[in-house]
Design a protein around this ligand. Structure first.
Ligand code: FAD
Length: 572
């Protein structure tokens, strides 16, 4: 795809191109087309000014705030100056302003739990939240963790909390009033219980008043001063293993306004997400409320974790989009050897290698968010599909973000390595996506679990098979996609058989590449840009089909649409 000279917000004539000040929504024409394909026209029309505003913020002021907050990480304060114990996390005003934008102005955490947001009457489809997050995260990654945990906590509370607990707590998660709205967190990980939640040793005991009290250490707690946290703990009389773990809601403040009985011991010194606090917590008889059924903590928490995993995939897609857009801008504006970088064949190839994973992830965001809406509406088979798409996007998009942000850094040359530019922060943040909320191994194994327990593979094959049928592609390309999906499903079936764990990552990658290629081709054929069909072909050719590294690979002529073939487009 030829890159036109950019519409620079600053002086494009400067030899060191700077994209700062560009609107990240209005310059992303591919996103416009996808939105027209996936959102109802009236909702899209209503939301366009909000997308424009967030795009303008993310390309300028929000990016500045994020850089300031990254350079001024939160600090744990233990006492007042008069010596009174009063634990507080001191956040830089830049971070607080970002919190106001995310939680109050755009309502990112509340919009799925209230009937009116951004002036739209009725519930927002999940896709809107994810598109706003996709724009927001292009400027600020760290805060998106507390935003996602707040949203996910509210979802889990609504689903499993007692009516009395929900009535008491939920309104604060539905609020857009920055002074009173609640933030959420989840405290699961312990020193010996990260991936292996069954090893949880935090204790829960009923006191003489019938109140649950928690005791123990939690080792990784992001947003540790949140108003409420979901916590996993083991009741005194509970059996060992997963069946003994229960879910509790931990308030930061007790009813009398005093601080609940837990302490933040210290904050972590992190590679990325430096704007946002992650700490270690000691529970010292902290009062908490049982959520749902005792002994089903892990199953209930799984819903919250899955929601966060999807958000993680969205965030990685956003990081890749930012990295790619920066690289495209630099290539269009920077000159060497008397030519624009974008006109050099090797640079074009380098950009294409960034573009494919970034666009695959974007497509999978749209597909997964649309499936979440259908699953929540109770549509047949949608849950089984969601159950596999979520770990697929978490696994592959988060891994791809590491490479794409790193390789995009190189496109800016030496400046890419300098902290004044966005690249180093993107690289540092991108590495976290495939560690928290389940490492790559754990999430790949979760793909296999979905296949074994939820019958997710037939649901996936049916859905993506339908997309091939609907797309009206060149028959040879449609056949190649169908065969690739079938073979990826066979590999996944082998991985799900006894002793097949070793294949879990290979199977997850194969399914992701096939599904994203199919959905991209469908989007290209149904109103997205025609480039999407070309990108789908390249994904199939370079990521899925066997290749001979000693030959140049070209897209087979038979995969191209015959000239004059009408592509049916959907109304925007
Ligand atoms: C910045 C940051 C913030 C965090 N915030 C939170 C938070 O707010 N709340 C929270 O609860 N947690 C949080 N975490 C914890 C995070 O979710 C865990 O670190 C992560 O789940 C991995 O657990 P672990 O560190 O115990 O590693 P381990 O579970 O010990 O894993 C170590 C390695 O072993 C591998 N491994 C484990 N089991 C298997 C297996 N069966 N097969 C193959 N390989 C395996 C893993 O893939 C990994 O590579 C945070 C972590 C970080 C870095």
């Amino acid at each position: 795809m030829p890159i036109p000279a950019a519409q620079s917000a600053t002086s494009a004539a400067h030899p060191v191109p700077d994209r700062h000040g560009q609107n990240l929504f209005s310059t992303d024409t591919e996103l416009h087309r996808l939105l027209a394909l996936y959102l109802p026209a009236d909702l899209l029309q209503h939301l366009r000014p909000h997308f424009e505003r967030l795009g303008a913020l993310a390309g300028g002021p929000l990016d500045e705030l994020a850089r300031t907050a990254d350079r001024n990480p939160p600090v744990l304060s233990l006492r007042t100056r008069t010596g009174i114990d009063d634990q507080r996390i001191l956040k830089h005003p830049a971070y607080v302003e970002m919190e106001r934008l995310a939680l109050s102005e755009f309502g990112l955490a509340a919009m799925s739990h209230r009937d009116e947001t951004l002036g739209w009457k009725g519930k927002m489809p999940p896709l809107v939240k994810y598109v706003l997050t996709y724009l927001f995260v292009q400027a600020e990654f760290g805060l998106c963790c507390p935003v996602s945990m707040t949203d996910s906590l509210a979802r889990t509370l609504r689903r499993y909390g007692s009516p009395e607990l929900v009535a008491r707590v939920l309104p604060r998660f539905q609020s857009l009033d920055f002074d009173t709205l609640a933030q959420g967190a989840m405290f699961m990980t312990e020193q010996a219980a990260g991936s292996d939640i069954a090893a949880t040793v935090t204790r829960a005991r009923l006191d003489e008043t019938g109140q649950w009290r928690l005791e123990g250490d939690k080792w990784f707690c992001s947003n540790p001063d949140a108003d409420f946290a979901m916590v996993l703990a083991r009741a005194d009389d509970a059996p060992a293993g997963m069946k003994g773990v229960s879910l509790f809601l931990l308030p930061r403040q007790l009813d009398d306004g005093s601080h609940n009985h837990y302490r933040i011991l210290r904050l972590k010194d992190k590679l990325g997400t430096r704007s946002m606090a992650s700490g270690e917590i000691r529970l010292e008889g902290a009062i908490a409320y049982l959520v749902g059924e005792a002994g089903r903590g892990f199953q209930q928490m799984a819903d919250m974790v899955n929601n966060s995993r999807l958000s993680n995939g969205v965030r990685s897609a956003g990081l890749m989009r930012r990295a790619l857009a920066e690289a495209e801008y630099v290539a269009a504006e920077r000159r060497a050897f008397g030519r624009r970088l974008a006109d050099m064949p090797l640079m074009q190839r380098q950009l294409q290698k960034l573009r494919l994973p970034a666009e695959q992830a974007r497509t999978m965001v749209f597909q997964t968010a649309a499936t979440l809406a259908r699953s929540d509406a109770g549509e047949d088979g949608a849950y089984a599909l969601l159950r596999i798409l979520t770990p697929l996007i978490k696994f592959r998009a988060c891994r791809d973000a590491r490479k794409v942000t790193g390789d995009a850094m190189e496109v800016r040359g030496g400046c890419g390595y300098i902290e004044e530019w966005s690249d180093p922060r993107l690289v540092r943040d991108a590495h976290l996506g495939s560690i928290w909320e389940g490492t790559s191994n754990i999430v790949a194994l979760d793909v296999i679990r979905a296949i074994k327990r939820e019958q997710s593979l037939p649901a996936l094959q049916a859905h993506f098979g339908d997309l091939i049928d609907q797309a009206g592609l060149a028959p040879a390309f449609a056949t190649a996609l169908r065969e690739a999906l079938g073979r990826a499903a066979e590999l996944a079936t082998t991985a799900a058989a006894e002793g097949g764990d070793l294949l879990a990552r290979q199977a997850a990658s194969s399914l992701y590449h096939c599904c994203s290629a199919i959905a991209m081709a469908w989007e290209g054929a149904r109103g997205g840009s025609a480039d999407r069909i070309e990108w789908a072909q390249l994904v199939l050719l370079h990521r899925v089909l066997p290749r001979d590294p000693l030959t140049a690979q070209v897209v087979p002529a038979a995969w191209q649409m015959q000239p004059g073939t009408e592509i049916e487009t959907v109304a925007a």
